[in-house]
Design a protein around this ligand. Structure first.
Ligand SMILES: [Zn+2]
Length: 329
């Protein structure tokens, strides 16, 4: 750790945190590919960049250090480039989904390890201070509203592409991990690292690795809808409490997909809060533009309904800014 100032988190605390982050990455991806890792502070008057990573160290402007939360996402993203970008380079179309989006996945691993699931979900939604605000769900919907959205499999070097890979691309790996489970997900990444170290991998290779490793019959469709088309679900929820003649309470839900184009196929968790303080979670398989369902809640009166309470699906939410215009596709 090479510091010029003592702003933000002090060097020993930051060093200890980064040791935990790298250990967490190693437990999933295998040994850190290089003998050491360092963080160096550069003066703010260096022009042209905020942070840059080499194989064994990252150098960043002084302003990147000035956060009490330690700016873990920045260091974790750059450390993850040791695997994705340095040890293994990207080739073919949409290389950003290998070099960038997988490095961004390292941020999620770092945050869940050092700060927990709520902080990780908050980062997925909004990024945080000291880090690029576009690299989040809110950032993705901003890019969409600006006209910059495109299928991730077509990422190249257009204006928004880098931030698309680190926002929606990050979310796609987050969703894929939840879908196939940690054993398959990180098993595939370790296989790729072992087989391709010193070489290159393409998004098409990555997709093929996952399809070979998983017996999930819906996985090809998952990749097609999240990689080969633009957009994400924009849902309208209407709901009301119900009560049967025998006194059984429940909730009636009507969910409409309003984003345009073919409806998305998603497993959507619904959180239902009851007046008893109890919380019920149901997962519903959405595949149509309109979906209605009744959920029995026993004796408890439903008082609040939340879609995707654990933030497992990339979908528009009011907190992300105005609803994006429906797309033709
Ligand atoms: Zn990067």
């Amino acid at each position: 750790m090479y510091r010029l100032s003592d702003a933000g988190m002090d060097a020993p605390t930051l060093a200890e945190r980064m040791a935990r982050v790298i250990a967490a990455l190693e437990s999933r991806l295998g040994p850190f590919p290089y003998p050491s890792y360092g963080i160096a502070e550069a003066p703010d008057d260096i022009k042209g960049w905020y942070a840059a990573s080499q194989q064994t160290f990252i150098v960043a402007r002084a302003s990147a250090f000035g956060y009490d939360h330690g700016n873990t996402p920045l260091w974790a993203h750059e450390a993850s480039h040791a695997w994705w970008g340095n040890l293994i380079s990207a080739e073919g179309e949409a290389g950003l989904m290998v070099s960038e989006a997988l490095a961004q996945l390292g941020v999620l691993i770092a945050l869940e390890t050092t700060e927990g699931d709520d902080a990780t979900a908050r980062f997925l939604e909004f990024s945080r201070s000291g880090y690029n605000s576009l690299q989040s769900a809110a950032g993705y919907f901003h890019i969409w509203r600006q006209g910059g959205d495109k299928p991730l499999s077509e990422l190249a070097d257009d204006r928004w592409d880098h931030n698309l890979s680190d926002s929606k691309g990050m979310w796609v790996y987050h969703m894929l991990r939840h879908r196939v489970g940690d054993r398959v997900f990180f098993g595939v990444l370790r296989d790729i690292i072992q087989q391709r170290r010193g070489g290159a991998v393409s998004l098409a290779d990555l997709r093929a690795f996952f399809l070979r490793a998983s017996d999930d019959p819906g996985l090809a469709e998952f990749f097609a809808q999240w990689l080969d088309r633009a957009g994400a679900p924009v849902l309208d929820l209407d709901w009301w409490a119900t009560r049967d003649p025998d006194g059984t309470r429940g909730v009636h839900l009507e969910i409409a997909q309003t984003q345009g184009g073919e409806p998305f196929t998603i497993d959507l968790e619904i959180g239902i809060e009851l007046d008893t303080g109890e919380r019920i979670t149901r997962t519903i398989a959405l595949a149509d533009a309109r979906h209605s369902i009744d959920v029995a809640t026993g004796g408890g009166r439903p008082v609040r309904v939340e879609l995707d309470p654990r933030r497992l699906v990339l979908m528009w939410r009011p907190a992300y800014g105005p609803r994006p215009e429906p797309t033709a596709d």
